[in-house]
Design a protein around this ligand. Structure first.
Ligand code: ZN
Length: 422
């Protein structure tokens, strides 16, 4: 299988580390010079950018968290003037406490290249027709498939989240060879194909690029068998780039991180100590080339492990284990991230209910499928007020949908009724 940039992707480790070090010094200096937040962090730790002389010196710096990104909204973490920024993204929506990320032209060019690397790596060429069935409205990375496909000359059909029936029709009419989507949507297409009795032989699919939520091997097997393709996991971090941080290669022994653009560490999520190769912990990333929005030691909340031993594919870039768990309570349902604080922010708009809640997750084939929110009324809702109760549930459902972009069924519990199992 071809490697798009062998000079980088198969670089010997020592040279790669030199490249990372060179870039780390630049990013640290830029962050210190142009971002008050980082300058303060350095000063408080009694450090100057000159103290970062080796890659492990980065460990002297404190972490950056999602909360920091919210606290510095809107432009507090930008390292370039706005005139150099060409794209603004708000990775968790604009509701409540938002985050805004910026990219320069060069940042976007690099992002396209990172996704193109993953595409080339799994065998996508200019002969392919890529059906992008990600939600273009909610998942801002969907557009990157178009631009990266352009880079390698493949054709893109941006079907977004149109119905599975139409997806299948387009797949047949256009002879799509690649499906890019969330694994849950791919499963939905599988079920629809079975229901409509569309023969597998009518499909020309050969590759699946799936991500934006955790998906077990069992789901991979179903999708591969039912759609007749080989499915690859792609990984991104909403607050950095998604997709594009890492992707599986044909060996499928982990996802290669684009290490010329990210410095990866694994830490114990409780103590913050760095963990050795192969041990599971929280992934911490430092951006090495993001000019607009550098992130130093960003805690991704994703639990994984890193492997530096050689990969049969010939790449030397470190591999990360597939991600199934998080350190925080964020859950992903059909590719949409649900943060507990967003739910609390919505509930705070309704004085009729408590802000304490229980979220019940219905799972399908080992993946999150539907959410039900149980919340107690602040005052007893009597039987006479049943209508009111239904209205309230409906109103809360709509507010949650607006804030999160997902249907969450709301059920008011009886007063005093306590729920276990969050
Ligand atoms: Zn590999």
């Amino acid at each position: 299988m071809p490697i798009m940039q062998p000079r980088i992707e198969s670089m010997n480790r020592r040279d790669l580390q030199d490249l990372q070090m060179e870039r780390l010094q630049i990013v640290v200096n830029q962050a210190y010079a142009h971002v008050d937040f980082y300058r303060r962090k350095f000063d408080e730790a009694g450090l100057s950018p000159d103290d970062i002389k080796t890659l492990t010196d980065i460990r002297k710096l404190p972490f950056t968290t999602r909360q920091d990104l919210m606290d510095n909204y809107p432009y507090g973490l930008f390292a370039v003037p706005l005139r150099d920024v060409v794209c603004l993204q708000f990775p968790s929506g604009l509701y409540g406490n938002p985050i805004v990320i910026g990219y320069t032209q060069e940042d976007l060019r690099i992002w396209r290249e990172m996704v193109a690397r993953i595409m080339v790596g799994v065998g996508i060429t200019e002969h392919d027709v890529i059906q992008v069935a990600f939600n273009y409205g909610l998942f801002l990375g969907a557009m990157r498939f178009n631009q990266s496909a352009e880079l390698i000359g493949a054709a893109v059909v941006p079907t977004s989240i149109t119905s599975a029936e139409i997806q299948l029709r387009i797949m047949q009419d256009f002879r799509s060879t690649v499906l890019a989507s969330t694994p849950s949507f791919a499963l939905h297409i599988v079920e629809t194909r079975q229901k409509r009795r569309i023969p597998r032989a009518n499909l020309s699919l050969r590759i699946g690029l799936l991500g934006a939520e955790p998906w077990p091997e069992e789901v991979r097997q179903i999708i591969e068998a039912e759609l007749g393709l080989r499915a690859y996991d792609i990984y991104g971090v909403l607050e950095l780039v998604e997709p594009g941080v890492a992707g599986e290669c044909p060996a499928r022994q982990g996802l290669h991180i684009n290490e010329d653009h990210f410095l990866a560490e694994i830490i114990d999520p409780v103590s913050g100590e760095n963990l050795p190769e192969g041990e599971e912990g929280e992934l911490v990333l430092t951006t090495l080339t993001n000019a607009a929005y550098p992130l130093l030691r960003y805690r991704t909340s994703d639990l994984t492990a890193l492997y530096y031993d050689p990969c049969p594919c010939g790449r030397t870039l470190v591999r990360m284990a597939r991600v199934f768990k998080r350190t925080d309570q964020m859950i992903t349902v059909r590719g949409i991230n649900v943060f507990p604080e967003k739910i609390r922010e919505v509930l705070a708009l309704f004085p009729e209910v408590e802000t304490d809640y229980t979220l019940q997750v219905k799972r399908k084939k080992g993946m999150n499928d539907q959410l039900q929110l149980l919340v107690a009324p602040a005052q007893a809702v009597t039987h006479k007020e049943t209508k009111k109760k239904e209205n309230l549930e409906e109103e809360m459902q709509m507010a949650l949908r607006r804030a999160i972009g997902l249907r969450i069924e709301v059920k008011l519990t009886e007063k005093g009724e306590r729920k276990e199992a969050r």
